[in-house]
Each structure stands twice: as C-alpha cells, then as structure tokens.
Design a protein around this ligand. Structure first.
Ligand code: CTP
Length: 402
C-alpha cells in the first residue's frame, strides 16, 4: 500500500496499449491510490469506460463539457499528485509539446500543477521520427517524466521499439516519482543483505536460509530517501524493485567483506543486515567430494570469517553511522546489547527466528538498541513497513551525529 493517500489522474489515449492501462489502474488501486480516469475519444474504442469505472469506483471523464455540466480541468490538475498519460500516442505527445488544447486531457495537462509522467506507445518508425524525438525532448525540458519504451511486438505486427512500458514497471516509476525525497541526497548508503555460500566443492556449500528480504527492503527505503544505495547482496533470487539501486552480487563471506572494504570509507551510513557465515571451510575442493568405501565419518575443518560489522565498527569515523543486526534465540536483549558493544555499532536491530519473524519470512518483529537508551519495539508487521520505520530512525541517528 505504498501509494495510500496519493491521488492519480490516469489519462488513457487511443492506442492498442490501452489494454495495459486497465492493469495499471488495478495495480494503482491495490497500492492504495485514489485514481481518476480520463479517457480520450479514441481511447474509448480500445477500452470500455465501464471496466475503468468499475475498477476506479469513479465515473470516467471524457469531455470538457457534457450537457450542462463541465469537468473542471484546473481543479483536476491541482487535485492530483501525479498525472499519468499511459498510453500516450504520438498525436497526444505532439499536442502536449506544442500547447494544443482540443480535449479534456490536454486542458488538464496545460493547467496541471502536479507531476506528470508520460508512457509513450507507438510504432517503431513513428518513435524514431525526428518530430517525435523533438517533441519528447520538449516535454522533458518542460519537466515531464518520460517512461522508457521497450522492444517487442507492436500493434502493426512489426517488431521493434515503441511498446508501452509494462504496468508493473510504470507503478514503480509512479512510486518513485511520488515517494522519493531528498533527505539523503548526495549521501552514500552501504547495505549487506542475504546469506553467504561457503564453497565446499563445485556442487556443495555451507549456507543458511536468509532470503535478503529485510536488507533489500531497507535498500529500497534508503533509495526513496534520495540516497545513493550500494547493496552487497548474497545469493538470492530476489532483487530490489528500483533499478537505481546499485547491486553488488557476492557469493562468499570473503567476497562480501571485499565489497564492503571497497565501499565503507565513502559511505555515510552502513547497515549490515546479511546473515554472514561465521566459519568457512579451510579448504574447498576443485572436484566433487566422493564417499569413501567403509568410511562412516568425515571431518570438516572450518576457519573463522572476518566479522564485517566489527570491521565497520572499528574503522568508522565520527560522522559515519554503522548499524548491525542480531539474530538471537535466547537472552535476546542481553546478547544483542553485547553485540552492540563488542562490534562498536551505533545501533543493533534485534530479531528472533520464529515462523513469522527472522530470516526467510515476509514479516518481522524487531527491537532497535542504541547505547543505554531503552530498546525501541517495532511490533509484528510486514518487512516493508518495518524497513520504512527503521530507515526513518537510522536517518534520525545519523542526523544526531552531525
Ligand atoms: N556479521 C558480519 N560478519 C560476520 C558475522 C556477522 O558482518 N562474519 C554481522 C551480521 O551482518 C549482523 C551482526 O554481525 O549485523 C550479528 O550477526 P549474528 O549472526 O546475529 O551474530 P554473530 O556475530 O554471527 O554471532 P553469533 O552467531 O555468535 O550470535
């Protein structure tokens, strides 16, 4: 529900890609947004107003004037937090760029005080035409945000550039446009997340079941606060939602440490959320380890890995904030407090494994420990919401250092 309390004007123009706008509308509503749909005359040939009205729970607006009533275009552009034109045809783009005003959508655009996002959709030759490219440049200079077009099958049957961006990506673009703040602009944030895989032989490793969900959620919220985010991510099938987050994929604890070592000194905030292996095999085999006839036991010698959080705690300068995590099963608060001191962290996020909390679940319940102050409790909630609150707290701690 990232878009709760946000107001979106979804303007649909006449392209075959209009069918994707129905999915976008659904995603916006699911994300908590209030959506007012505006439909151009030709768009109504591609999508039914009834579908859009049912999904948005509002009458669809099509004309400036209907009978004796008229749609107040100035008010609409002020009501909305963002005006999204998706799909935007070549014709609408050209009219927007040249200030023409012969329909409701254009009247709203010309008087809009809100942010504007445009998702073009057209055939490849129209897309590459210098007139279209010049119009796009004009709109960019007006401050309009342009969604990328993608390559693929087009309405004409040709294959090329010009497909409208997929609704899921458009939702992320809208979220980024509406939620991104500048509180951490120009600041670098370093995060470790996920498990590590300590190699035994070409097909086996020692690992744990950390998914990286919590660290990825933290990276996303730091990104939405405007930070330059570097995410050192252990093996996982998950990735952060926003392409602007720089992901450094690593496998082993040693690789994770090397990535942190390279980035730590230039980072203002470092959060070690990864479940790093404490030990790694002293030897990893090039060939698959085979069973030996008659041998019932096999000894594995392990050696300690570098404690990345402790390294950051030791190296940190006065202005740098270092936060760690603690996964505890017993004496949780006391053990977490010990980690805070021994690793010289500024704060520790304590969580405990249970079916609804810890490594691989979608929800978590945590305590934030800072020095001698009483631990702050964040009750059970989804990891996205907890990450959002934690990041706000981390920023507060960072600001207090100045
Ligand atoms: N950590 C790390 N490097 C390691 C081990 C742990 O950076 N080699 C970090 C984790 O990312 C976490 C914190 O240290 O932020 C605590 O990790 P946790 O697994 O709870 O504890 P350990 O330090 O490994 O100690 P123990 O397993 O004995 O509880």
């Amino acid at each position: 529900m990232n878009l709760q309390h946000k107001k979106v004007l979804l303007c649909i123009t006449g392209s075959i890609a209009a069918y994707k706008s129905i999915l976008l509308l659904r995603l916006l509503v699911k994300s908590g947004a209030e959506v007012q749909v505006v439909l151009s005359a030709s768009a109504a040939n591609f999508v039914s107003p009834l579908v859009l009205e049912t999904l948005s729970k509002k009458p669809v607006l099509q004309d400036i004037a209907t009978g004796s009533s008229w749609a107040n275009h100035v008010q609409l552009g002020r009501w909305a937090d963002v005006m999204v034109v998706a799909p935007a045809t070549c014709n609408t783009l050209a009219k927007m760029a040249h200030g023409q005003c012969d329909n409701l959508l254009l009247a709203i655009y010309l008087s809009a005080t809100c942010k504007v996002l445009v998702a073009p959709a057209m055939d490849e030759d129209m897309w590459h035409h210098p007139a279209t490219q010049a119009n796009l440049e004009t709109l960019r200079n007006f401050g309009v945000q342009l969604a990328d077009v993608s390559y693929g099958e087009l309405g004409s049957g040709l294959v090329g550039m010009g497909r409208m961006q997929e609704p899921e990506q458009l939702l992320l673009d809208i979220e980024e446009l509406l939620l991104k703040k500048a509180s951490l602009a120009g600041k670098k944030v370093l995060i470790t997340a996920g498990a590590t895989h300590e190699k035994l032989d070409p097909v086996r490793f020692l690992g744990n079941n950390s998914s990286g969900k919590m660290g990825i959620a933290l990276a996303e919220w730091f990104y939405l606060h405007g930070a330059e985010v570097h995410l050192v991510l252990g093996p996982t099938h998950l990735l952060p939602k926003y392409a602007g987050i720089q992901v450094l994929n690593v496998g082993t604890a040693a690789e994770m440490f090397a990535a942190v070592e390279q980035n730590f000194s230039t980072s203002e905030i470092t959060v070690c959320a990864a479940a790093v292996a404490d030990f790694t095999p002293i030897k990893s085999y090039d060939k698959k380890i085979k069973k030996e006839e008659g041998k019932q036991e096999w000894e594995l010698v392990l050696t300690k890995t570098t404690d990345i959080l402790a390294y950051c705690g030791m190296q940190k300068l006065k202005h740098q904030l270092v936060v760690g995590f603690a996964l505890e099963t017993d004496n949780a608060l006391a053990n977490a407090h010990k980690k805070l001191l021994s690793k010289k962290a500024d704060a520790i996020v304590l969580n405990s494994p249970s079916p609804t909390t810890g490594c691989n679940s979608d929800t978590n319940e945590v305590f934030l420990l800072t020095g001698d102050a009483e631990a702050l409790h964040f009750p059970l909630g989804n990891k996205q919401d907890i990450a959002c609150k934690l990041v706000e707290k981390f920023i507060e701690l960072y600001d207090n250092k100045k």
